[in-house]
Write a protein that binds this ligand. Structure first.
Ligand code: GDP
Length: 297
């Protein structure tokens, strides 16, 4: 479906005379191809434009290395600039969970993969960091979502807060905090309700919960295949409740993952993890290098 950027650029550079340094004209020609590649990878237009401008300034006048072609050289410059933009935290997987019990708030739209990611992250914290984790579903609108979290808990060997019908989300959150404190848990994860679209009720509810528990991390789960929509969702959640990081799901799909670049460039929030499938171990720490390679094809 996509044409590889290196192939594209080699075509462009074949038509250019080889010189000792990348001329402005060479770089401009190459970057037109880069821009198309970014847009095909679902990077938003303003972000692609700004990114190309940044790379243009860096690339112009650079000496052409003998061992690689000018096309490869531009790809390398683009790749490095992309990694630079994508890099958020030194160690994206290191969550702030000292001072037990540490609350982690999971937010996002319905269907984004929030509940699945809650289970995956709980498993990771338990197995990789030896943490005692409690999970609680605050989705009072969909009893199936509560059951789903309980099932995942059993599957990964992590406790879930017993379901008490009729409680409000903020009261469930308080109960989770209490149980986490009494039970000697290191972390309690709150899986908030999602809706199909952002609305006032959803945001107010998340805000109330946030105020009640003062989360150490608020992780937004977004579907990485939704591109620009994912970025808009992140902006809205951040403006209303403040997010500390993003989890991009469905990165096992056949999209090119351009949402990652737009997400970083627009929101400034670090991407912490990527979801790579439905299974409970299909969660990886975000690696800028890998995503850059994938966006460039
Ligand atoms: P929620 O409504 O946001 O809680 O979404 P769910 O966690 O219920 O996930 C919705 C669907 O997406 C489920 O069928 C999950 O198995 C699936 N899903 C979640 N994360 C991923 C992922 O990273 N890759 C793939 N392929 N599917 C995922």
């Amino acid at each position: 479906m996509f044409e590889n950027l290196s192939e594209r650029l080699s075509g462009v550079f074949d038509r250019l005379t080889k010189q000792g340094a990348l001329s402005e004209e060479d770089v401009k020609t190459a970057l037109r191809e880069v821009r198309v590649a970014l847009l095909e990878a679902d990077v938003s237009l303003p972000v692609a434009r700004e990114f190309v401008k940044k790379v243009q300034d860096q690339a112009t006048g650079q000496a052409v290395t003998k061992s690689i072609t000018p096309g490869q050289q531009v790809v390398k410059i683009v790749h490095d600039a992309m990694v630079d933009t994508l890099r958020g935290e030194e160690d994206p997987g290191a969550l702030k969970i000292d001072n037990p019990p540490a609350p982690i708030l999971m937010v996002g739209l319905q269907g984004s993969g929030k509940t699945t990611t809650t289970g995956k992250l709980a498993k990771r914290l338990k197995e990789k960091e030896g943490k005692k984790v409690l999970m609680a579903s605050l989705d009072v609108y969909r009893p199936a979502a509560m059951d789903q979290l309980a099932v995942l808990g059993t599957q990964v060997g992590v406790d879930t807060l017993p379901i008490v019908p009729g409680q409000k989300p903020v009261d469930i959150a308080k109960r989770a905090k209490q149980q986490a404190t009494l039970g000697g848990y290191d972390v309690y994860m709150l899986d908030t309700a999602g809706r199909l679209h952002i609305d006032e009720v959803l945001m107010n509810e998340v805000e109330q919960v946030r105020n009640a528990v003062d989360p150490r991390e608020t992780l937004l789960v977004v579907d990485g295949l939704t591109g620009q929509v994912a970025v808009e969702v992140a902006e809205e959640f951040d403006a209303k409740v403040g997010i500390s990081g993003v989890v991009l799901t469905r990165m096992d799909g056949d999209g090119r993952g351009g949402a990652a670049l737009s997400m970083r460039a627009v929101t400034g929030k670090p991407i912490r993890f990527v979801g790579l499938g439905e299974k409970m171990d299909a969660l990886e720490t975000f690696e800028p290098d890998r995503i850059a390679g994938r966006i460039l094809g």
